[in-house]
Design a protein around this ligand. Structure first.
Ligand code: C2E
Ligand code: SIN
Ligand code: SIN
Ligand code: FE
Ligand code: FE
Length: 905
C-alpha cells in the first residue's frame, strides 16, 4: 500500500513536471518575442532621431541652395551665411560649398586653400545623383573631426552642376544622442549605426572603441543586409554576445543605405524566465517529497479521498485551466496540506500569468502610441506648405481620438487667430478671435497656455469665459479641452487646441502624447515657414528686378508706376495701392497712379491726414484699423472697402517726391519684413519720379537750344545778304522757296529741316571773298573767278566743325555743281549731286536772275524762266526744273513772285 502510494504520488507529480516544463518553453518563446519586439521598438525610436537630423539637414541645404551668395560662393557673404546657420544647430561640425572641381570654395569654419574634396563620397554622389545624398564615415579636412556629411548639388537653370553644398554632422553629437536614447534601455542593450561596408558610425556603449572601425564580416551586418527593411534577428553582437536585435534600413538621401540596430542580450532577456523555472521545479520537488513523507505516515483513508480531488485538479491544470483548485485547503491531515500547497502553486501560476498579460498589453499600448507618433511625424515631413501642414495637424488630432481640434497663430496685439480646424463645421474664423493678453477674455485655456508656454487642460464647463470656440464645442458635445503651445526658438507662436468628448479624455498619457505631437508639429510648421520665407524673399527680389527694368526701360512715369503698383499688390498682398506726387508749384499731393483705388479726391496738403503726415515727418505711417483712426482726405472710405492702411514717403536725393499708399480689407498688422519691403519699393518709385523729372527738364533744355540755333542761323544769313548787297531778303526768299519745292517733290519732313538750314547758309562761303571781287560791278577776270569759285569749299571748311549743321552741308558745298558735270568745286554729274543741292540750284539762279546784281540788272520773270527751262539737262536736273516750273506757274505763287521782285526791279 505504501509503495503503491509512493508510486501514485510520483505518477501524480509527473504531469505537474510536464506542465511546468511546457510552461517554461512557452515562457521562453514569449520572452524571446517580447525582447525582439522591444529591440525593434528601440530601433524605431532611435531611427526617428536620425530621421529628424536628416529631414532638418535636407530642408536646410535645400533652403541654402536657393541663396545667390551661396550659389556663387561670394567671398565673405557665403561664409557669414554658413556661420550663422552653424551657430544655430548643435549637430553640425561644419557647413560648406565645394566647387565643381572638388575644391572647397567656402565654409563656415575658416580654412587654408586649397582643400581638395573631390574624393569625398558625398561630393561624387551629389554630382552623379543630382539630389540630397549622404556620404560615409570620414575625418574632416577642415574640422579634423569624425563626421557624416550630407551633400546637395547646386544646379544652374540648365541642370549643370555649379558645386556641392555639404553639411557635416558631428558623429560625436550623434553618439551622444544615441547614448541619451540608450540610457532608457535595459542594461546590456546596444545601439549601432553601420553603413554597407560595415563602418561603425554610431555605437552605444563604447563609442570611442567602435566608431570609425570597419567590421565587414560581422554576422549582424550580414543579417541586416540580407533581411527585409525592418525586422528582428537573433545573432551575436559586435562584442560576440548572443543578442536579440531589432533593426531598420535607413535611406537618408539618394543611393546609400545605413543600418540601424538595437539589441538586448539574450541572457538578460531570459534570466527572469530561467529563474522562475528553477523555483517552480524546486517547489514541485519539495511538494512531491513532502507528499511522499506524508503518505508514508498517513492512513490510506485519509489519503484516498483528497487524492481524487488532487488528481482531478492536476488534470484540469494540465489541460490549461489555471483556476483549478483542490478545495481541500485548510482541511485536516497532511493530504489537505498537500492540496493546500498545490492550490498555492496553482494560484501563483495564475497570478503570474495575469501579471504577464497585463504587462504585455501595456507594452502593446506604448508601441501603438509610438507608432502613431512616428507615422504622424512622417506625414508632417512630407509637405513644405504650412497651410496644408496645419490642416494635417488638426486632422491627425481627430484620428488620435479627439472630438475636434483647431490650430491658431499668436498675434502681436494679444489675439490668437484660428488658422485651421477640424472638422470643418466649426465656426468660421472671421471675427472669431481668442485673446491671450491679460484681459478677461484671455483667461481661458488658450490664453493661459500662450502666456505660460505650458499645456493647459480643463473642463469646457469650468472655462470662466468660454470663447466662441468653447461654446460651439460645448454645443457639439465636448466636455474637456486642452491647449498645447506650439513653440519655435523658445517662443510660443501658436496654439493647438484639442477637445475630448469624455470628462476623463485627457489622461496623463494622452496629455503627454498630444504634447509630443504638438512639439513635432511645431518643428514641421516652423521648417515650412522658413522655407516659405526664403521663397518669398526670392519672389520679392524678382519683383524688385521687374520694377528696376521698368524704370530703366521706360521714361514714361505712368508706365513705371503701373508696374510698381502691380508689384506692390502682388508681393505685399494688399487690396489697393496708390501713388500721390508732390506738385512743386502748388505744394500739394496729387493723385498720380492707382490700383484698386478711385482717381482720388482733392489734393492733400503735406501735414494733413495720414498721407500728409508721412510726407511731413518723412516716415512710414501704419494704421492698423482706419475705423478707429479715420482720415477724411483718403481717396477710399474706411469701413466700406478698406480697413488697414499704410503710407510711406517717396524720397530721392533727399527730397520728398510724394507718397506711396497701400490699403487692405482686413486690419493690418504686418511683420517688419513687410514694412521694409514697402519702403524699398517706395525708394524705387522715388527714383522713377526723379528720372522722369530729369528727362522732362532735358527735353525742355533741348527745345530751348534748338530755338536759339535757328535764330542764330537766320541772323547770319541776314548779315550775309547785307554784305553781298543782294536784294534784301534774298536768302530768306530762296530758303522759303526751296522748302516749298522740296516738299512738292516729296522730300521727307525731317530732311526738309536740314534743307532749310542749308539754304539759309548757302553762300556763307562768300564771307571769305574780298569786297573788291564780290562787289565788282563788271565781269570777273580769270584770277578773280578762281577766288570766287572757292566759296563752296570755304563754306564746307566753315561749317564742318559744327556737328549740328553737318546734315545741312549739301547745299552750301554743292549748289554750284551742274547736271552736265561742268560745275564746281568737284565737277559732280547727274545723281552724284545731292538732291538738296540740285533743288536749291534752280531756286538760287532763279532768284539771282530776278535780282539786281552789281554786275547786271535784274531780268524780267519770263526771261529768267526761259533761262531755267533751257538749262534743264545742262545746268539743272530736268526733274527739278519740271517741278519748279509747275510750282512757279501755279496761280497763287506766280503772282506773288512776280510782284515781290519786280517791285524793286
Ligand atoms: P550770284 O550773283 O548769287 O549768282 C548765282 C548764280 O546765278 C550764278 O552762279 C549763275 O549760275 C546765276 N547767274 C547769276 N547772274 C547770271 C547772269 O547774268 N547770267 C547767267 N547765265 N547766270 C547768272 P555763278 O555763275 O557760279 O556765280 C557765282 C557768284 O559769283 C555769283 O553769285 C556772283 O556773286 C559772282 N559773279 C558771277 N559772275 C560775276 C560777274 O560777272 N561779276 C561779279 N562781280 N561777280 C560775279
Ligand atoms: C571639413 O569641413 O572638414 C571639410 C569637408 C571634408 O573634409 O569633407
Ligand atoms: C480660451 O482659451 O479662451 C477658449 C478655448 C476655446 O474656446 O477653444
Ligand atoms: Fe553761290
Ligand atoms: Fe544766292
Amino acid at each position: 500500500m505504501r509503495a503503491r502510494l509512493m508510486l501514485l504520488i510520483l505518477l501524480i507529480a509527473l504531469p505537474a513536471v510536464g506542465v511546468v516544463t511546457y510552461d517554461f518553453a512557452r515562457e521562453r518563446r514569449r520572452a524571446a518575442a517580447q525582447a525582439r519586439g522591444e529591440a525593434l521598438r528601440y530601433a524605431v525610436l532611435a531611427s526617428r532621431a536620425i530621421d529628424e537630423v536628416v529631414e532638418t539637414t535636407s530642408a536646410l541645404l535645400a533652403a541654402l541652395a536657393q541663396l545667390p551668395d551661396i550659389r556663387a560662393a561670394t567671398p565673405g557673404r557665403c561664409q557669414a551665411l554658413l556661420q550663422a546657420r552653424l551657430s544655430r544647430h548643435l549637430y553640425y561640425a561644419n557647413l560648406g560649398v565645394v566647387g565643381p572641381d572638388g575644391l572647397l570654395r567656402c565654409s563656415a569654419l575658416p580654412f587654408t586653400p586649397p582643400v581638395d574634396l573631390s574624393d569625398r563620397a558625398y561630393f561624387q554622389l551629389a554630382v552623379s545623383a543630382r539630389g540630397f545624398v549622404v556620404g560615409e564615415y570620414q575625418v574632416g579636412r577642415v574640422t579634423g573631426r569624425a563626421t557624416l556629411n550630407f551633400g546637395y548639388p547646386l544646379l544652374d537653370e540648365r541642370d549643370r552642376v555649379l558645386g556641392v553644398l555639404f553639411a557635416a554632422v558631428d558623429l560625436r553629437w550623434l553618439n551622444e544622442v544615441a547614448a541619451n536614447i540608450a540610457s532608457a534601455l535595459p542594461s546590456g542593450a546596444t545601439l549601432t549605426l553601420l553603413d554597407r561596408e560595415g563602418t561603425v558610425l554610431v555605437r552605444y556603449p563604447d563609442p570611442d572603441r567602435w566608431v570609425g572601425k570597419t567590421v565587414p564580416e560581422a554576422p549582424l551586418l550580414a543579417a541586416m543586409v540580407a533581411g527585409p527593411a525592418e525586422g528582428t534577428v537573433e545573432v551575436p553582437g559586435l562584442d560576440g554576445r548572443a543578442r536579440f536585435v531589432g533593426y531598420r534600413h535607413l535611406q537618408p538621401g539618394e543611393g546609400r543605405i545605413l543600418y540601424l540596430a538595437a539589441s538586448v542580450p539574450r541572457q538578460v532577456a531570459m534570466e527572469p524566465v530561467d529563474a522562475a523555472f528553477t523555483s517552480n521545479l524546486a517547489t514541485l520537488f519539495l511538494v512531491t517529497v513532502a507528499g511522499m513523507v506524508v503518505a508514508w505516515s498517513t492512513a490510506t483513508r485519509l489519503i484516498l479521498h483528497p487524492m481524487d480531488a488532487l488528481a482531478g485538479a492536476v488534470r484540469r491544470l494540465a489541460a490549461g485551466d489555471l483556476s483549478a483548485r483542490t478545495g481541500w485547503r485548510g482541511g485536516p491531515g497532511e493530504i489537505a496540506q498537500l492540496a493546500g500547497a498545490f492550490d498555492e502553486m496553482a494560484e501563483s501560476l495564475q497570478r503570474r500569468t495575469a501579471e504577464r498579460e497585463a504587462a504585455e498589453s501595456q507594452v502593446l499600448r506604448q508601441l501603438q502610441t509610438l507608432t502613431a507618433l512616428y507615422t504622424a511625424a512622417r506625414n508632417l515631413t512630407r509637405s513644405l506648405d504650412s497651410h496644408a501642414l496645419a490642416g494635417e495637424v488638426v486632422r491627425s488630432c481627430v484620428t488620435f481620438g479627439a472630438a475636434r481640434a483647431w490650430l491658431g497663430r499668436v498675434e502681436a496685439g494679444g489675439a490668437v487667430r484660428p488658422v485651421r480646424w477640424f472638422p470643418e463645421d466649426a465656426p468660421s474664423p472671421p471675427g472669431v478671435v481668442v485673446r491671450w493678453d491679460d484681459s478677461p477674455a484671455g483667461q481661458g485655456p488658450v490664453g493661459r497656455c500662450v502666456r505660460s508656454g505650458f499645456p493647459v487642460v480643463e473642463g469646457v464647463r469650468s472655462d470662466p469665459t468660454p470663447a466662441p470656440w468653447g461654446e460651439a464645442a460645448l454645443a457639439r458635445g465636448s466636455r474637456t479641452v486642452a491647449a498645447f503651445p506650439l513653440v519655435a526658438r523658445e517662443k510660443p507662436w501658436g496654439v493647438l487646441t484639442v477637445y475630448g468628448l469624455e470628462e476623463d479624455f485627457f489622461t496623463p498619457e494622452r496629455v503627454e502624447f498630444f504634447q509630443a505631437f504638438a512639439h513635432l508639429s511645431a518643428a514641421a510648421l516652423d521648417n515650412a515657414r522658413l522655407f516659405e520665407e526664403t521663397e518669398q524673399s526670392l519672389r520679392r527680389l524678382q519683383g524688385l528686378r521687374t520694377v528696376d527694368l521698368a524704370i530703366t526701360g521706360s521714361l514714361d512715369l505712368r508706365v513705371s508706376l503701373e508696374v510698381l503698383l502691380d508689384q506692390v499688390i502682388a508681393q505685399l498682398e494688399v487690396d489697393a495701392a496708390a501713388v500721390l506726387l508732390l506738385n512743386p508749384r502748388t505744394h500739394l499731393l496729387e493723385h498720380a497712379a492707382g490700383r484698386g483705388v478711385g482717381p482720388g479726391g482733392a489734393a492733400v496738403r503735406p501735414g494733413d491726414g495720414h498721407a500728409g503726415r508721412a510726407v511731413m515727418d518723412r516716415r512710414t505711417v501704419l494704421v492698423s484699423d482706419l475705423r478707429r483712426s479715420p482720415d477724411s482726405s483718403l481717396s477710399v472710405r474706411a469701413g466700406e472697402d478698406v480697413v488697414g492702411y499704410c503710407a510711406t514717403p517717396l524720397v530721392a536725393k533727399g527730397e520728398v517726391k510724394g507718397v506711396l499708399e497701400v490699403y487692405t480689407r482686413r486690419p493690418l498688422d504686418p511683420p517688419s519684413r513687410w514694412v521694409e519691403f514697402l519702403e524699398t519699393l517706395a525708394g524705387q518709385a522715388a527714383i522713377a519720379v526723379d528720372n522722369a523729372a530729369l528727362f522732362a527738364d532735358l527735353q525742355r533744355a533741348n527745345l530751348d537750344l534748338t530755338l536759339a540755333y535757328e535764330t542764330t542761323l537766320e541772323g547770319w544769313s541776314r548779315a550775309l545778304d547785307l554784305r553781298d548787297r543782294e536784294t534784301e531778303g534774298h536768302t530768306q526768299r530762296v530758303a522759303d522757296l526751296t522748302v516749298r519745292l522740296a516738299r512738292a517733290m516729296g522730300v521727307p519732313e525731317d530732311e526738309v529741316a536740314h534743307i532749310r538750314r542749308g539754304a539759309l547758309l548757302h553762300d556763307i562761303g562768300k564771307m571769305g571773298i574780298p569786297d573788291a571781287i564780290l562787289l565788282k560791278p563788271g565781269p570777273l577776270t580769270e584770277d578773280e573767278w578762281a577766288v570766287m569759285r572757292q566759296h563752296p569749299d570755304l563754306a564746307r571748311t566753315l561749317l564742318w566743325p559744327i556737328t549740328h549743321l553737318r546734315p545741312a552741308l549739301d547745299i552750301p558745298y554743292c549748289h554750284h555743281e551742274r547736271w552736265d558735270g561742268t560745275g564746281y568745286p568737284r565737277g559732280l554729274r547727274g545723281d552724284e549731286i545731292p538732291l538738296a543741292a540740285r533743288i536749291f540750284a534752280v531756286v538760287d539762279v532763279w532768284d539771282a536772275l530776278r535780282s539786281d546784281r552789281p554786275y547786271r540788272p535784274a531780268w524780267p520773270p519770263e526771261r529768267a524762266l526761259q533761262y531755267i527751262r533751257e538749262q534743264a539737262g545742262r545746268q539743272f536736273d530736268p526733274e527739278v526744273v519740271r517741278a519748279f516750273v509747275q510750282m512757279i506757274e501755279s496761280p497763287d505763287l506766280s503772282a506773288l513772285t512776280r510782284e515781290g521782285v519786280s517791285g524793286r526791279g
